[in-house]
Design a protein. Sequence first.
Length: 148
Amino acid sequence: MATSTNKLLCVKCEKVRATSKCAGCSHDYCYDHLRDHRQELNIQLDYIENNHNHFRQILNEYINNSEIHAFIQQVDQWEKELINKIQQKANECRELLKKHINENIHQIEINLNKQTDQLRNIVKENDFNEIDLNELNEKLKELERQLH
Ligand SMILES: [Zn+2]
Ligand SMILES: [Zn+2]
């Protein structure tokens, strides 16, 4: 069988034909089998593309996972509730302290003012004895006790 130099063996049909070399696998194909070879490669590409899209779908499901979003919402809710509780407790503490100042400490101040008047009077009149001094001392100690 005479072969012209511009014709080569097709790797598929093993006939000497006008061929084209595939740059990817370096095989020589006749034009019919080159078309088939390209078709095979297209099928492989489709397969890879499908896997690629399937993986993207799975990834998107992870990103949009409703359980994770629900959990994030739970954390948000928990944060709000905790902040509210802390604010409520802080307000209660402030009110208690204000009440304590208003009721107890102001009353002590009033009593101390009375004693100051009494003390000034005694000094002014120069009218006192040990009993008065003792009484003043005891009253002052009592106010100190109340403050603590
Ligand atoms: Zn062929
Ligand atoms: Zn090839």
